[in-house]
Design a protein around this ligand. Structure first.
Ligand SMILES: [Fe+2]
Ligand SMILES: [Fe+2]
Ligand SMILES: [Fe+2]
Ligand SMILES: [Fe+2]
Length: 431
């Protein structure tokens, strides 16, 4: 059924103020929640943070009073939506359990976006980032076991593989190299605009979560692991946001932001099985349609253009979650040896020049060792091997994949070698 967000009525903004009880009282049960209800919850928190933060940044750069007033009213509404969603997290869900949820979002969301992205260059960038978050999930899974004694499957529920990807120690790049070519606002599909902004919001909140919670553990290597991966998320935000056309006006950006919120709630409502949480998506979709209506009117008034030129007439489905193991394995096997190139492109390891700018960053940052390598050393010290949760065929490929994906140059001194993986792969992990 077609759904044109610009033609929907939505909820008027003067009906959107909610009580403290309504804002804060709900939470799910961590042992009963479906993993994809949790990924929706984690993502939508990030979407609201982006909506709120964009309005603050933009309000500081505009003299348009009508726009300022719209920002003033809706910043509070976005903020209250964020609280309701983020506080669905129960008090007994540990930071590492939530962290596994964050990386499951990154893997399965990016895989979905890549397969539904019409622009080849944007899709290649999504696939590139995918393999990095995939490796983060593997590293954090070891910690969830070592600190809390949990099987990572309690969180990912068998929907996402736990397996090494492009090694995290190789994710540290010269941040100038991370910058990509941006799409053109005139020719880009609304799908591309919504996809990118959705992923930027997700990655930014992942970064913020690690920044705000990594220090809640006393273990030194775990703290450093959070610091190391958080820095990669910082690179991801820089990479994905650079895909956005910087010449869109504030009115155009506002229109895309509200539309992006609408599309994400629409998808959540369509996919949600939990009846109580479904009610939240339904209400917030109506609220966002109310925001979009005003954003569209402002855009028309100030730019003398039809909003349909920017966001089209069809809803976009940016956050459908389902098992992506097959797709991720395909990308893992074909792209683990890909790196950021020097011309806003990508290059295989053997094609990197001697003076590749990221070598310098990796040599400096990993000089004393890479905490994500030490993670594997620690778990194999007590359990003789690492936790890998994937089918037997993929599991056996770990040493071969590492051999392909690990840079020969600039390896951290504590790197777990291909030989170490070969040895580990003969052992059975007793959970
Ligand atoms: Fe919102
Ligand atoms: Fe990540
Ligand atoms: Fe990421
Ligand atoms: Fe909004």
């Amino acid at each position: 059924m077609s759904f044109n967000a610009l033609k929907e009525k939505g909820m008027n903004i003067d009906q959107q103020l909610r009580t403290w009880h309504d804002i804060a009282h709900r939470h799910f049960n961590k042992n009963e929640v479906d993993c994809y209800t949790r990924t929706r919850q984690i993502l939508m928190n990030g979407i609201e943070i982006e909506g709120w933060n964009f309005k603050h940044q933009a309000a500081r750069c505009t003299e348009d009073n009508e726009l300022k007033e719209f920002f003033a009213v809706t910043k509070r509404l976005e903020d209250a939506q964020q609280t309701t969603i983020n506080w669905l997290t129960p008090a007994d869900q540990s930071v590492l359990e939530t962290t596994l949820g964050y990386e499951q979002v990154a893997v399965d969301l990016t895989a979905w976006l890549a397969q539904n992205e019409p622009d080849d260059y944007v899709r290649e960038t999504f696939n590139f980032g995918l393999l990095e978050d995939f490796d983060h999930l593997y590293r954090y899974s070891q910690w969830a076991y070592m600190i809390h004694g949990i099987n990572p499957n309690e969180i990912v529920q068998g929907q996402t593989d736990i397996m090494l990807g492009r090694p995290t120690q190789n994710h540290h790049n010269c941040n100038i190299l991370r910058l990509r070519n941006s799409y053109s606002k005139e020719t880009a599909s609304p799908i591309t605009k919504v996809n990118i902004l959705t992923l930027v919001a997700g990655e930014q909140q992942t970064h913020n979560y690690y920044a705000e919670h990594g220090m809640q553990y006393g273990n030194e290597t775990l703290r450093e692991t959070f610091a190391e991966i958080k820095d990669v998320e910082e690179e991801h935000v820089s990479m994905y946001e650079s895909l956005i056309d910087p010449t869109e006006s504030v009115y155009e950006k506002l229109l895309i932001h509200e539309f992006m919120e609408v599309c994400n709630y629409y998808t959540c409502l369509r996919d949600e099985k939990d009846e109580k949480i479904k009610l939240i998506w339904e209400e917030f979709l109506a609220m966002e349609l109310g925001h979009l209506k005003i954003a569209a009117d402002l855009f028309k008034k100030r730019e003398n253009r039809d909003p349909e030129e920017v966001i089209g007439t069809e809803i976009v489905i940016p956050c459908h979650f389902e098992c992506q193991k097959e797709y991720v394995t395909k990308i893992l096997e074909s792209e683990i040896d890909k790196r950021i190139g020097g011309n806003k492109d990508y290059a295989k390891i053997e094609k990197l020049p001697e003076d590749w700018a990221s070598y310098d960053i990796q040599e400096k940052a990993n000089k004393d060792g890479s905490p994500t390598e030490m993670t594997i050393r620690l778990i194999s010290e007590c359990k003789k091997r690492d936790i890998i949760l994937a089918d037997e065929k993929l599991k056996k490929e770990a040493p071969k994949l590492l051999k392909k994906g690990l840079e020969k140059r600039s390896q951290a001194p504590d790197t777990v070698s291909v030989e170490d993986y070969e040895k580990m792969s003969k052992e059975v992990f007793e959970m």
